[in-house]
Design a protein around this ligand. Structure first.
Ligand SMILES: *Cc1c(COP(=O)(O)O)cnc(C)c1O
Length: 378
């Protein structure tokens, strides 16, 4: 066996032993709720398609029309020939929704963070980041070469201690947090973090991947004080694909010139942009729809008598990997798809079930799920 094959074999054996091996499963999504895996049809509480927009007729039509008009792929980076006119329209929609001067679209949320953070801070600068921040914020922070210090989850006091002690030793300082935490569903104290940043010549960057479309009438997290840099994704409630940043026009202009993940990566297929425009129109005009996922999550919590949900994400921490996997399997036997989330996605000892609620779930469905959880897991 070659050394590379040996590496693969020992890595796989090691992951298996720790119950951390991940396996891809073919999943056919029919709509925002039902998924077929093999012969099984399951009701999903694991999609981030909170508004069911990924299968909305208007989004499908917009995408198909754009393919007919412009073809399947973009052909090059936005700076070469990929900057389809639809980009300007989508960026305008996003800036309007977030009440910022301007916006810029990237290939994905992951690519956004890989590009934006290194464009703003570098060696000799300081990043202060929430301990539970999403993996791609951490990856972008590492790529920047800046010093990274982490503060206890949602603890403004701890963040303040760090900034007071260390800010003076670095040139620039960026505070980074998720707006809604993807694996816990709780919301960051962004107003307080913004004030802290402002008072210490620092900037606040938020990741609103799970806020846009579903909080505060679709605007997302941070409805009051606007973080300096608000990034997010078009792949969750927006139902499509792509990442974005909303900020001042000067900052956006700088990012256009400095983000390597924008400059050196091919533009999005025009159809994806067209569908996202259609999605943002729905989000801007149907406030009742944007409220539903959170209402459903709150209903679920009330049935189980657990802490009220702050977002459409509810997590049930079970501890060991095995417990989480068994719980997920038990729910699957009952026809529900609820993924087990394990390290390194979440900290050791906090393996869990993560439920996401969609506007398409009916009260009856949520009631059945809660009843089965009570019978089999509690
Ligand atoms: C999903 C997610 C991302 C990545 O966005 P993609 O568009 O899927 O690459 C970034 N941040 C958070 C918090 C996320 O949940």
């Amino acid at each position: 066996m070659s050394s590379l094959e040996k590496l693969a074999k020992t890595t796989i054996t090691d992951l298996k032993g720790k119950k951390l091996l991940r396996q891809l499963q073919q999943s056919v999504r029919e709509d925002g709720v039902y998924i077929t895996r093999g012969k099984k049809r399951l009701m999903s509480f694991s999609c981030n398609d909170y508004l069911g927009l990924s299968n909305h007729p208007k989004l499908k039509k917009a995408g198909i029309d754009a393919i007919k008009k412009y073809g399947a792929g973009a052909g090059a980076s936005r700076f070469v020939t990929g900057n389809n006119p639809l980009y300007a329209e989508l960026e305008k929609c996003l800036a309007k929704l977030k009440s910022t001067d301007d916006a810029i679209i990237f290939g994905s949320g992951y690519l956004t963070n890989m590009g934006v953070i290194p464009a703003i801070v570098t060696k000799g600068d300081l990043i202060i980041i929430d301990k539970l921040a999403h993996a791609c914020l951490i990856d972008g922070a590492k790529l920047s070469g800046a010093k990274i210090l982490r503060f206890a989850h949602n603890d403004v006091e701890k963040c303040s201690e760090i900034i007071k002690k260390h800010r003076k030793n670095y040139k620039k300082c960026l505070i980074i947090t998720d707006g809604v935490f993807s694996m816990d569903g709780d919301i960051a104290p962004t107003d307080e973090l913004y004030d802290l940043a402002k008072a210490n010549d620092a900037w606040l960057m938020t990741d609103d991947a799970h806020g846009i479309g579903v909080l505060n009438g679709g605007i997302g997290s941070s409805p009051n004080k606007k973080p300096h840099i608000q990034m997010g994704t078009l792949s969750k409630a927006v139902g499509c694909y792509g990442g974005y940043v909303c900020a001042s026009s000067k900052l956006i202009q700088m990012l256009r010139n400095k983000c390597r993940s924008l400059i050196y990566s091919t533009a999005l297929p025009p159809s994806v942009i067209a569908s996202a425009i259609a999605a943002l129109e729905i989000i801007a005009n149907d406030k009742a729809l944007t409220k539903k996922p959170l209402e459903n999550a709150k209903y679920f919590c009330s049935l189980l008598g657990i802490k009220e949900a702050e977002s459409p994400i509810v997590s049930m921490i079970l501890g060991s990997e095995e417990k989480a996997l068994n719980a997920s399997k038990a729910l699957e036997e009952e026809g529900f798809l609820v993924s087990a989330i394990r390290p390194p996605t979440v900290p050791k000892g906090t393996s869990r079930l993560r439920f996401t609620f969609s506007c398409l779930h009916k009260r009856k469905d949520i009631g059945m799920l809660a009843q089965i959880i009570k019978q089999r897991l509690l």
